[in-house]
Ligand binder design. Structure first.
Ligand code: SF4
Length: 298
C-alpha cells in the first residue's frame, strides 16, 4: 500500500503542462518551516479546525478517551489514537478530518488515468510530492513502472535525504528530479531539519553522475539560509554540477500556520515575515551569471 494525503488533478502551476500531483505521507526530515506538516508522519494524521466545529459530538462516540470534551473544548489525545480509520468522515462539519489514506497502486493509477488526455495535449504528466515520495515502500516502484509503460512523464520532488541505494532504484523511472538543496553546512542543516547535509550533497553528486535530469530547488528561509554567503555557496555548488541546468528559489511564506494549529504542532515560523520575490533578484542574477536558468517559484 502507498499512503497519500492528496491527489491534486489538473494542476497547471507545478511544472510543464497539466499535471497530477500525488502527495505522499512520510518524510525523513523535520524542516522547521515545512509547508506540508500533515505530510510528515507516515501514518494518517488527525486534523482539527476549531473554527468550524459545531460540537456535534460524533467524534466523542468511539468513547476511547482519545477525544474528549472539557469545558466545551475538544481535547484530542493523538497518542491514544492507534486506528484513525474510525474517525474517517465522522465529523458532519468536517472540522475533524483524517489526512492520509492507504491506497493501492491501481487505485492511484485510476485517478491518474482521468488526466491522461490532458497530459497528451499539454506535455504534462505526474508529479510525486509530499512529504518525501521516495520514502514510500516498494509499491512506489510498481506505480512508476506502470507510468513508464504508458509513456507518462514523471517528476519527483525530493529532499534527497535517503540512502543512495533507494534513489538509485528510481533513477530510470523518474524523468525529472526536483531536488532540494537547503544548506551546505551540516550543523545548520541538522539544527533546522534534523537531517544530515553531507548525505544530501553526496546524493546530488551521485545523481549528477547518473546523467539524470534534475532541477535544484532552494527554499529560502529567514534565519536559516537567507544570506549572501549561504545562498551564493548553494548557487556555486549547483553551478558545479554537470546536469543542473536550472535552479529554483522558493521564498518563505507562513501560509502553513493554520495547518500546524490543526495538527496540534508547534510552528517556530508562525510570526516570521514572508520573503518577497524582489528580495531574491540578486541571487537569480548571480545564478544566471553562473550559467543556470534561474526562477523564483510561488
Ligand atoms: S523535506 Fe519537505 S516535506 Fe520533508 S520536512 Fe522538509 S520541507 Fe517538509
Amino acid at each position: 500500500m502507498l499512503t497519500v494525503f492528496n491527489i491534486q488533478r489538473y494542476s497547471i502551476h507545478d511544472g510543464n503542462g497539466v499535471r497530477t500531483n500525488i502527495f505522499f505521507k512520510g518524510c525523513p526530515l523535520r524542516c522547521s518551516w515545512c509547508n506540508n506538516p500533515e505530510s510528515l508522519d507516515p501514518a494518517p494524521s488527525i486534523m482539527f479546525d476549531e473554527r468550524i466545529c459545531h460540537r456535534f459530538g460524533e467524534c466523542l462516540k468511539p468513547g476511547n478517551g482519545a477525544i474528549v470534551l472539557e469545558n466545551n473544548n475538544l481535547i484530542i489525545n493523538r497518542n491514544l489514537i492507534s486506528d484513525t480509520t474510525i474517525y474517517d468522515n465522522i465529523c458532519p462539519s468536517r472540522a475533524l478530518i483524517v489526512s492520509g489514506q492507504e491506497k493501492t497502486v491501481s487505485q492511484i493509477f485510476q485517478e491518474i488515468e482521468k488526466d491522461i488526455p490532458f497530459y497528451n495535449m499539454s506535455g504534462g504528466g505526474v508529479t510525486l510530492t509530499g512529504g518525501e515520495p521516495l520514502s514510500q515502500g516498494p509499491e512506489l516502484k510498481d506505480l512508476l513502472i506502470q507510468l513508464k509503460k504508458r509513456g507518462i512523464h514523471v517528476s519527483a520532488e525530493t529532499s534527497l535525504h535517503l540512502p543512495w541505494e533507494t534513489i538509485e532504484n528510481y533513477v530510470n523511472l523518474i524523468d525529472l528530479f526536483l531536488a532540494d538543496l537547503k544548506h551546505l553546512d551540516n550543523d545548520k542543516f541538522t539544527k533546522f531539519t534534523g537531517g544530515n547535509a553531507t548525505l544530501v550533497i553526496e546524493n546530488f553528486k551521485k545523481l549528477d553522475e547518473t546523467g539524470s535530469k534534475f532541477i535544484v530547488r532552494v527554499p529560502v528561509i529567514p534565519g536559516f539560509n537567507f544570506s549572501s554567503i549561504e545562498l551564493s555557496a548553494i548557487i556555486d555548488f549547483a553551478a558545479g554540477l554537470k546536469n543542473a541546468s536550472e535552479i529554483n528559489f522558493i521564498p518563505f511564506h507562513s501560509l502553513a500556520k493554520e495547518k500546524y494549529l490543526m495538527l496540534g504542532k508547534d510552528y517556530m515560523f508562525a510570526n516570521q515575515r514572508n520573503i518577497e520575490k524582489s528580495e531574491l533578484k540578486f541571487f537569480t542574477e548571480y545564478a544566471e551569471q553562473k550559467g543556470l536558468i534561474s526562477k523564483i517559484l510561488n
